[in-house]
Design a protein around this ligand. Structure first.
Ligand code: KG4
Ligand code: ZN
Length: 355
């Protein structure tokens, strides 16, 4: 039996978890900073790093207690090394190094995106059969990958501009909805008509598996602020006061139409990739995989089984980091105290697992 403590601080969640054999979840504690950042309408990096420093020890104690283990019962310490915010990553990494040094336990640096994929292995109801196509949709990433085995990733496509979650967050801000935009838009959309606005579905080049969401964001902008028609949005300009919105605008209708436009594209491209590469399953992961419409539509329309994580494991957590680390631990990965953060670290540049 292999018990791994996972540590995740790449963005605005201070998360620690204990996972056994890459699948049995013993504890999963997430201290969210969402309330801290809501006032800025997005994650404020400096504030995030400081908040991690303040909470990480307490969250670690809580995770070990909830798992009913002590440090002596662990086999390894796994920590998110990137991609993410430098200051935030450093807090988790240094905490992990301190623990590894103090306990003599092996240290493993884990890629955050690989972690998201491995959220599907945590308490999986049945074994996952390779090859699989994975769609990772989060606040910072939109990636379609082919996975032939543990730790082997072939990049099939990704976003050429905004990530899917980023689009939700920006449109949420445009509509004056609370941060983060994803859950707010899903909620507002429940009362809306998804056919009310025919927003563009960007499929740049039917032949590839790339995504683009910035045109959609601009279309929403023009719909809600007709006086700005024809003008391109400048960076950092998405935040609008509610008073600037079009009179008589139905926020639920815009939210529902926007959500459907994003989901349509994600579903179509994932299924096409899964068919083209003979995937036996589609794995949906990352914060946006919490989206109910996305889960339902993908599961309904795909001819192969679709898996998505339980809600608690969609957004950032450390259980996924500990689960990914299990396979790397098995394959012999051991890092030393010179381990450094990788603020940008695409899956395709990951060292494949050897076994
Ligand atoms: O994976 P995650 O926690 O952080 C990153 O690694 O980026 O993803 C956060 C993103 C945010 O953009 C948030 O708006 C989005 O996930 N999200 C959702 C939903 N819940 C969270 N997007 C759409 N629908 C949801 N229900
Ligand atoms: Zn994430």
């Amino acid at each position: 039996m292999t018990r791994i403590l996972g540590i995740e601080t790449s963005c605005d969640e201070t998360a620690l978890a204990v996972v056994e054999d890459g699948q049995h979840l013993l504890a999963n504690i997430v201290a969210s900073q969402v309330d801290l950042h809501a006032q800025y309408g997005g994650v404020f990096p400096e504030v995030a790093a400081r908040a991690h420093i303040e909470t990480i020890s307490a969250v670690a104690t809580q995770a070990l207690e909830a798992a009913g283990v002590t440090l002596a019962d662990l086999d390894a310490i796994a920590v998110t090394q990137g991609p993410g915010l430098v200051g935030s990553l450093l807090v988790g990494l240094n905490f992990a190094k301190g623990l590894a040094l103090g306990t003599g336990l092996p240290l493993l640096g884990i890629n955050h995106l690989e972690g998201h994929i491995y959220s599907l292995w945590v308490d999986a109801p049945r074994p996952i059969a390779f090859p699989v196509v994975g769609l990772i949709v989060s606040g910072g990433h939109t990636e379609l990958i082919l996975m032939q085995n543990h730790g082997h990733y072939e990049h099939l496509g990704g976003t050429i501009d905004d990530a899917a979650g980023e689009a939700f967050d920006k449109v949420g801000r445009l509509l004056g909805l609370p941060y983060p935009g994803g859950p707010s838009i899903q909620k507002a959309a429940e009362a809306g008509d998804p056919m009310a606005d025919d927003f563009p579905r960007a499929l740049p080049g039917e032949e590839n598996y790339d995504f683009s969401f910035s045109g959609l964001k601009t279309a929403v902008m023009r719909a809600v602020r007709p006086s700005q028609k024809g003008r391109k949005i400048q960076a950092g300009e998405e935040s609008l006061k509610e008073g600037a919105l079009r009179a008589g605008l139905s926020i639920p209708d815009v939210a529902a139409s926007f959500q459907l436009a994003v989901v349509d594209v994600l579903v179509r491209k994932s299924i096409r990739a899964a068919q083209a590469y003979g995937a036996r399953e589609i794995l949906l992961a990352g914060g946006v995989s919490a989206n109910r419409l996305l889960r339902e539509r993908l599961a309904e329309e795909a001819p192969m089984p679709v898996r998505y994580p339980p809600l608690a494991l969609c957004t950032d957590n450390a259980a996924m980091i500990a689960a990914a680390a299990f396979y790397r631990f098995q394959a012999g990965q051991r890092d030393d105290l010179t381990l450094d953060v990788h603020p940008s670290w695409p899956l395709s540049r990951l060292v494949p697992m050897l076994k």
